[in-house]
Design a protein around this ligand. Structure first.
Ligand SMILES: *Cc1c(COP(=O)(O)O)cnc(C)c1O
Length: 454
């Protein structure tokens, strides 16, 4: 019999609720704190910056299942379900007994998983009478997704893009502008935060931190304007659980259950999205699936960061979040081309690491691109440089299976395609990329500055 390669759900089989793991966690994440008073923040406090519904979802420790609004589900139907794919060709190339599956979140027109939360956030803003949304974007994936989602719900979008990414990835700015967004390189002179940063360092090439500071400032100083975030926060990961909930049904169609679930890690949204629905069976049903978050070893907060309250941004505008962090002043090396440059991890993941429910692995830059090249040449999809980290971690596991002669079922999330990141592939193919590991000294120095916050 011909073997089945792809598993796809019909429209009526799509999940109609997101999964909120906070309700099932034995130890709840610590609350976000108001930086001025050091008091826990309420949903009411958060709603000055975010939509009211997202603010409630952020702090919801009670409801494990949250209904996906009908209008959001309708928009999901434009591109969902995404396929679950068995990577036969990759398995053959590795000569491994492991069964490798991936969830392909690259198949929507925006090319990454980020659209799953962009649609939800813009929907809630629209419902609540907001007219403008603002955000930051690094590589441009989130900005592109938000620009599209804002347009379909009739909102104006203003996006601050990290300056170096804007230079390296001009096409993403054009995608955002095609969808009608106003795009500004960060740091810019258009906000107080941007001016302060440029006064200290006129050559600053920007970071997610600088762009967040500027976007938050715009949201808090403009009437009817809310800030949206593409990663890190718990409500973003909540929306992304559509990935894992679909995958759960699709793995069932394939007649298998994953021994290991793997995803790359920036702030944790695609990781949590695919992992948490399966982790629920570890928590509630005694399953023993292993969860692996793959981070770049040039930005190693999961494997080498400290657990601390820290700001989500460089200027210190966001709430203080309890997280594994390298310190909000951490600047990843400009040598690093593979995305995932954010300094901290989301509060849920940070608690789960403390509780040993999951763990991080760090991947050197060259290993991640080597994995991406092998994946492209076997499965025919050029992965996003971010996703290459998940592929590299999966290949490590598949090789271990080969050595041990063990058939394990591996599932990873292909968070996006790399067709607009070909500059990074160009650098790799030309031999211009190197490995770069942060020194202990650099981490210690950054983290020492945190002690002063609390
Ligand atoms: C943004 C992005 C990531 C990293 O963000 P997470 O919140 O950690 O998922 C990973 N892959 C792609 C393709 C992205 O666009």
């Amino acid at each position: 019999m011909a073997r089945q390669k792809k598993f796809i759900l019909q429209e009526h089989e799509l999940p109609t609720q997101w999964y909120n793991i906070q309700a099932d966690m034995a130890n709840k994440p610590l609350p976000p704190l108001n930086p001025a008073t050091k008091q826990p923040m309420t949903a009411e406090d958060l709603s000055h910056v975010f939509s009211a519904e997202c603010s409630r979802q952020e702090l919801d420790m009670e409801h494990a299942w949250i209904d996906i609004p009908g209008e959001v589900l309708d928009k999901y139907k434009y591109y969902r379900s995404t396929p679950l794919v068995r990577a036969y060709a990759l398995e053959e190339a590795l000569d491994t007994p492991a069964h490798i599956y991936f969830k392909n979140e690259s198949t929507n027109p925006l090319g990454s998983h980020k659209i799953n939360s962009a649609i939800a956030q813009c929907y809630y803003c629209k419902q609540e009478g907001t007219t403008n949304v603002t955000t930051e974007t690094g590589a441009g994936q989130w900005g592109a997704a938000l620009s599209y989602a804002a347009k379909i719900f009739g909102l104006e979008a203003a996006v601050y893009q990290v300056k170096i990414s804007m230079q390296q990835k001009p096409y993403r700015s054009l995608i955002m502008r095609t969808f009608g967004a106003a795009v500004t390189g960060s740091p810019s002179m258009s906000t107080r935060a941007g001016k302060d940063i440029l006064t200290r360092d006129p050559m600053h090439l920007g970071s997610l931190g600088t762009a967040i500071s500027e976007a938050v400032e715009l949201a808090t100083t403009t009437p009817n304007c809310k800030y949206t975030l593409g990663s890190v926060l718990s409500h973003v990961t909540l929306h992304q659980t559509i990935i894992g909930l679909e995958a759960e049904k699709q793995m069932e169609m394939a007649g298998e259950y994953p021994d290991k679930v793997i995803a790359c890690f920036g702030g944790g949204s695609n990781f949590g999205g695919i992992a948490f629905p399966f982790m629920r069976h570890n928590i509630l049903d005694g399953k023993e699936t292993e969860f692996i978050a793959a981070e770049p070893n040039s930005c190693p907060k999961l494997t080498r960061g400290v657990f601390q309250y820290d700001f989500g941004d460089e200027a210190g505008y966001t709430p203080l979040l309890p997280m594994f962090t390298l310190g909000h002043n951490f600047k990843p090396s400009n040598i690093h081309a593979g995305g995932l440059r954010y300094h901290g991890a989301g509060t849920i993941v940070s608690q789960l690491i403390k509780d040993k429910m999951m763990h991080g692995v760090d991947i050197p830059q060259l290993e991640s691109f080597e994995a991406g090249m092998l994946f492209a040449r076997t499965e025919g999809i050029i992965p996003a440089p971010e996703s290459c980290h998940a592929i590299a971690a999966t290949i490590r596991e598949a090789k271990l299976c080969k050595e041990a002669g063990e058939k394990k079922v591996l599932l990873f999330n292909l968070s996006g395609h790399g067709l607009i990141d070909m500059t990074a592939y160009d650098q790799y193919i030309n031999g211009d990329l190197q490995n770069y590991s942060v020194s202990d000294n650099e981490i210690r120095k950054n983290v020492a500055e945190l002690e002063q916050i609390i």
